[in-house]
Write a protein that binds this ligand. Structure first.
Ligand SMILES: Nc1nc2c(ncn2[C@@H]2O[C@H](COP(=O)(O)OP(=O)(O)OP(=O)(O)O)[C@@H](O)[C@H]2O)c(=O)[nH]1
Ligand SMILES: [Mg+2]
Length: 318
């Protein structure tokens, strides 16, 4: 049996095993999660979170690993959360990433964890923030969240971070792809990776053009920078860190950091509440109350809206 209080205490001391076990509670939506979140809550709110998204193979993991090195040079404790919303299995799909992260495997100031969230109870908007909270309480000053692919849920996860980084690479038709998936809107910082390949300048230009076509910006608005990198050689990575720090400063200056975090918490609360309501409705499907309402609808004594109102009223009063 897991003693949650002990786990939380050990996680706060930065013990990797405890951190891993707490994130497993999140991944499994375990019953102890509620207690764990309550115990962690007072120690959260310090970490700066960065989401990285982009097409498969664009260099997210390589960039993440290079960013870990850069932040380690600055003496920061770093967390990495690789989220795979398409997989129900922990680890498997992200094995390649483990290899890429090996440089940091023995560094006690780096916490790396992958998490599979397909079919996660309560959905994605719930799982990633809770895992972040664990890393936050473990004293990670920066947390990098890498998502696999650019589906809607991946984009959502990246958009939940304090700063969202969108990666592109030359020759992947990325500009057009990105516009389709709606990821240009969420990018706070754009990275054109694989700048050692032909076409990086063209990709950056195209991107610059597309960003310029967006709604007119007010003075003082954030203008997302475009940084070219060769992540595989660590080139341009310090410039990415610089762009991230600038964005963070901008967020703080404009009260946006707090606003984003409130929005994120609101989404999270909503997701948990909806999951709870759904579970209660599920419980009710075998219930005589619901059967009775159905009977009244079938016989024309009640309309389905009225029946649903009664059902909802019953859910919230007990
Ligand atoms: N030429 C070149 N190759 C790179 C660069 N960065 C990464 N790569 C290579 O691109 C391939 C994919 O890199 P990953 O970092 O795994 O890309 P990813 O976006 O994490 O991929 P998925 O997680 O599968 O979506 C690897 O073979 C890397 O070595 C770069 O700057 N230049
Ligand atoms: Mg990857």
């Amino acid at each position: 049996m897991i003693d949650v209080a002990t786990l939380v205490e050990q996680a706060r001391e930065g013990r990797p095993r405890a951190v891993a076990r707490l994130i497993t509670l999140v991944e499994n939506a375990a019953p102890q999660l509620r207690e764990a979140m309550a115990a962690l809550a007072p120690y959260t709110g310090q970490a700066y979170t960065v989401g990285l998204t982009g097409s498969p193979g664009v260099g997210k993991s390589t960039s993440t690993s290079a960013l870990v090195s850069a932040y380690r040079r600055l003496g920061k404790r770093v967390g990495v959360l690789a989220v795979d919303p398409s997989s129900p299995f922990s680890g498997g799909a992200l094995l390649g990433d483990r290899v890429r992260m090996q440089d940091h495997a023995t560094d006690p100031e780096v916490f790396i964890r992958s998490m599979a969230t397909r079919g996660h109870l309560g959905g994605l908007s719930w799982a990633a923030p809770q895992a972040l909270r664990v890393l936050d309480a473990a004293g990670c000053e920066v947390i990098l969240v890498e998502t696999v692919g650019v589906g809607q849920s991946e984009v959502e996860i990246a958009a939940q971070a304090d700063t969202a980084v969108v990666l592109l690479a030359p020759g992947m038709g990325d500009g057009i792809q990105a516009a389709k998936a709606g990821i240009l809107e969420i990018g706070d910082v754009f990275v054109v990776n694989k700048a050692d390949r032909d076409g990086a300048d063209a990709t950056a230009r195209e991107l610059n053009h597309m960003l310029g076509l967006g709604e007119a910006r007010e003075p003082g608005d954030w203008r997302p920078p475009i940084v070219k990198t060769v992540a595989a050689r660590g080139e341009g990575v310090d410039e990415v860190v610089e762009a991230l720090e600038k964005h963070r400063a901008w967020l703080e200056e404009h009260g946006e950091l707090a606003a984003r975090r409130r929005r994120r918490a609101a989404q999270e609360i909503e997701a948990i509440a909806l999951a709870e309501l759904r579970a209660r409705i599920g419980d009710l499907s075998g219930d005589r109350h619901l059967a009775g309402l159905a009977e009244r609808v079938v016989t024309g004594h009640l309309d389905p809206y009225g029946a649903a109102d009664e059902l909802v009223a019953g859910l919230t009063t007990n």
